[in-house]
Ligand binder design. Structure first.
Ligand code: NAD
Ligand code: UDP
Length: 340
């Protein structure tokens, strides 16, 4: 991180600390899909927010509305390299989340989860900052227990194409608990189930964005395998609400907590729903099922309900409506080509 960048953050932060009573919060991965929604929420709550992102899958466009706030700043930085900033809280969302993106450079994906988390935990330790880890339902792998409660240890391949992500996130959880037990670091760990919404990239590669973009373009919808595998889809606003409840939980909830929408759909049902809602004439085609693709996934959210009084409120049709509207706008803004 250059001294010039640091100086600009401190300038902003000094100004803001005189004006705002808020905390100074670092969001790693803040230029991505979930991170940009989280930054927005935190800025609107009156905090000084510093987004740290290497822009590998994140986009400047996601930060456009935030850039007019004096209380928001960003640094282009890869968390695999150490960083030093005085902060009160850290949210670690930095990691590519879509299979094609995290598999493109698996070594860097693993380094991001392990070395990146280590760097952020050391930062938290130096500043007595609370730190939040965006873990994942992928820690359950291809689960033998259904739905998945937090107590389930999972069924994960250590050397397949998904391992860089799954094992990286599992190791990151281990590091979080080791820093908590060995050094008393104040941690929060959320296990996120498939989440969708505006600001996903058109070329993200995950199923919801793929199907919507294909339907709007009139292209074939690509179902991998026979489409009988299931997922549970959570709308982004519900998830961000859960993040904030967990981070601010009193008494502190320091065990991992599942956040996701327990509504469970087959991939084929999702494809049909999107074709119906877009009025598309697209057809369905089948492609090979990727290696180690989980057969089923649905969160057990008993803990989130009990400890955070959290349940998702946005039904799939409602969430798809605004996500489709977002991609329609992207398409029309670019005169027939999506803004990537
Ligand atoms: P995303 O790809 O849109 O966002 C990830 C962000 O992290 C991007 O802005 C990217 O540029 C940044 N990044 C990646 N590696 C980095 C590095 N080494 N240093 C700095 N920045 C880096 O994905 P998302 O869907 O917003 O996911 C955010 C987090 O939530 C990820 O950690 C992901 O594993 C987790 N998660 C997401 C989902 C989901 O359904 N969206 C599910 C489970 C877990
Ligand atoms: N999928 C699909 N077509 C696509 C993209 C994904 O059928 O164009 C399937 C994928 O094989 C998986 C499910 O949809 O079974 C969810 O995939 P996604 O990449 O969104 O998330 P993850 O596999 O990480 O849950």
């Amino acid at each position: 991180m250059t001294e010039e960048k640091l100086a600009s953050i401190f300038r902003n932060s000094d100004l803001n600390s005189k004006r705002m009573p808020g905390k100074r919060i670092l969001v790693a991965g803040g230029a991505g899909f979930l991170g940009s929604h989280l930054c927005e929420r935190l800025v609107h709550e009156g905090h000084d927010v510093i987004c740290v992102d290497n822009f590998s899958t994140g986009r400047m466009e996601n930060l456009r509305d935030l850039s007019r706030f004096e209380t928001f700043s960003f640094i282009r930085h890869d968390i695999v390299n150490p960083l030093e900033l005085p902060v009160d809280e850290i949210y670690n969302l930095a990691c590519p989340a879509s299979p094609p993106h995290y598999q493109a450079d698996p070594i860097h994906t693993l380094k991001t989860s392990v070395i990146g988390s280590l760097n952020l935990l050391e930062l938290a330790l130096r500043h007595q900052a609370r730190i939040f880890q965006a873990s994942t339902s992928e820690v359950y792998g291809d689960p033998h227990v259904h739905p998945q409660p937090e107590a389930y240890w999972g069924n994960v391949n250590s050397f397949g194409p998904r391992s860089c992500y799954d094992e990286g996130k599992r190791s990151a959880e281990t590091l979080f608990y080791d820093f908590h037990h060995q050094h008393g670091v104040d941690i929060r760990v959320v296990r996120i189930f498939n989440t969708y919404g505006p600001r996903m990239r058109a070329d993200d590669g995950r199923v919801v964005s793929n199907f919507i973009v294909q339907a709007l373009r009139g292209d074939d919808l690509t179902i991998y395998g026979d489409g009988s595998q299931t997922r549970s889809f959570c709308y982004v606003d519900d998830l961000i609400e859960g993040f904030c409840r967990l981070m601010n939980s009193q008494p502190a909830i320091q065990k991992p907590v599942n956040l996701g929408n327990p509504g469970e759909f087959t991939v084929r049902e999702l494809a049909m729903q999107i074709i119906r809602m877009t009025g598309s004439s697209s057809k369905i085609v089948h492609r090979p099922l990727p290696t180690d693709d989980p057969r089923q996934r649905r969160p057990d959210i008993t803990a989130a309900k009990r400890d955070l009084d959290w349940t998702p409120g946005v039904a799939l049709t409602e969430g798809l409506k605004s996500t489709i509207a977002y991609f329609e706008q992207q398409l029309s803004r670019a005169d027939g080509e999506f803004v990537e």
